[in-house]
Write a protein that binds this ligand. Sequence first.
Ligand SMILES: Cc1cc2nc3c(=O)[nH]c(=O)nc-3n(C[C@H](O)[C@H](O)[C@H](O)COP(=O)(O)O)c2cc1C
Length: 207
Amino acid sequence: MADNYLERQMEDLQKRKNRRVAKPMLINTLLKRNRSHRGYDSSYKVTIEELERIIMVNTLTGCTKNQQILRFKPIIGKEAANFVQHIKLGAMLPELNLPAEGREPNAFIIVATKELENKWTYLDLGISLQSMMLKAVSMGLNGICIGSFNKKAAKDLLPDDYEPLIVVAIGKGIEKIELVPVQEGEPIAYYRKDGIHYVPKIQNIII
Ligand SMILES: Cc1cc2nc3c(=O)[nH]c(=O)nc-3n(C[C@H](O)[C@H](O)[C@H](O)COP(=O)(O)O)c2cc1C
């Protein structure tokens, strides 16, 4: 405890420094840009190196008991072009038949595991997916997690004993997407108006 004026001033200064509100962090920018894209610039061909850089974040993330039971299969080229028919995008906008022709993604990551019965698999999956999406955004790319896909078609691209959990599409997104704050009870389905895709987000702090 400081017993003279100068030392007390120094202590106060230190306390204030410690409490200083940090500048808005890059993480918020990444999170805001991390929107699910359902239309891509088809002239931009995602490379295998880009997919590998995205997959590599999984060597940096936490997971239950450090079990590391997820595996990642990058898909590009003809295999990716063929896989487009096996994904379903935009269930809430069925009339649009997304992705529109010529705006399909040309790269995918199939996330797979041998441990389908493990009760922690899906928690690990969430951490992995969000980490990969943020990495993609940090590289100037975009993506979308796809739970609605043909499991057999994905399994055919994997070694025998792996089960596909989810597919991530990666590419240069071309959609204009905006977040809309809404209150509890208001509609939360995403919608499109005048060429903009709106995503309602609930203000979710419990007071
Ligand atoms: C685990 C997971 C699975 C998803 N599966 C699909 C899907 O099959 N098809 C689709 O169009 N969107 C899918 N999405 C995207 C969501 O619809 C999207 O995250 C939601 O509309 C909110 O938009 P935002 O990601 O821009 O915040 C999925 C998202 C997550 C996290």
